[in-house]
Design a protein around this ligand. Sequence first.
Ligand code: TMP
Ligand code: ASP
Length: 265
Amino acid sequence: MNIRMNRRRRLYEGKAKVLFEGPEPGTLVQYFKDDATAFNNQKKGTITGKGVLNNRISEYLMTKLNEIGVPTHFMRRLNMREQLIRKVEIIPIEVVVRNVVAGSLAKRLGIPEGTVLPRSIVEFYYKNDQLGDPMVSDEHITAFGWACAPELEEIMSLALRVNDYLSGLFLGIGLKLVDFKLEFGRVWEEDGMMRIILADEISPDNCRLWDVRSNEKMDKDRFRQDLGKVEEAYQEVARRLGIMPEMVTGADVPLDGSIETIGKA
Ligand code: TMP
Ligand code: ASP
């Protein structure tokens, strides 16, 4: 199984994924690990099966986003843990979109978790582990040349489109999209034009998803906060999305991801 993997050149290893050289120029293979970290690498662990689930969940969501005209790096899934992606020049900014107060926003401003925001908020963080991914403003981003003003405008507009689409998609399966993090990259098309596309992954590793009825956390906060049932939460998200139905256990659970089963996880 590893023979093919070992033949490829490993280009970059992150906390949850590994990037290998792809089969054609301009492509990469993105491998999803079970490793999980939190609080800038201070907490480490593994979530069994996470890589397989995130590969499928990210495939599903990126495919849907491609269909509605949000360009993404996703090309196709290769196997359980790997997907073929377009090689991009990563813009070193983490774009966080928030709909409900949670996590660092709750802590920093002392606002109770769960407070619904009057409108969606977009935040930027400079991608730098040594510095602990500090929050930055558009002024820092353009002044230091991480992205130019028109690029930032495009990033904001794409992030909000992703938010609108994914909020509806998740609500349809009984999940509230509380917040999430996106990364973008630059690609150069054949005509020489540069374009900004969505990169990285979209999964319960970088989204907060709460059950609409019980407010139960169905994402990586279960790992960050030692809430238990971490694997089960990732599986439940995949199951409700209607992917990996083979993972459903228990004859009482319908395979159609209908919201009648909410609260089971
Ligand atoms: P935060 O509340 O900790 O700032 O996180 C906001 C969202 O961004 C949340 O959905 C988790 C996600 N996130 C990442 O994907 N990677 C990170 O390094 C951090 C800090 C947050
Ligand atoms: N992934 C980040 C880290 O390892 C933070 C997080 O997701 O909480 O530190």
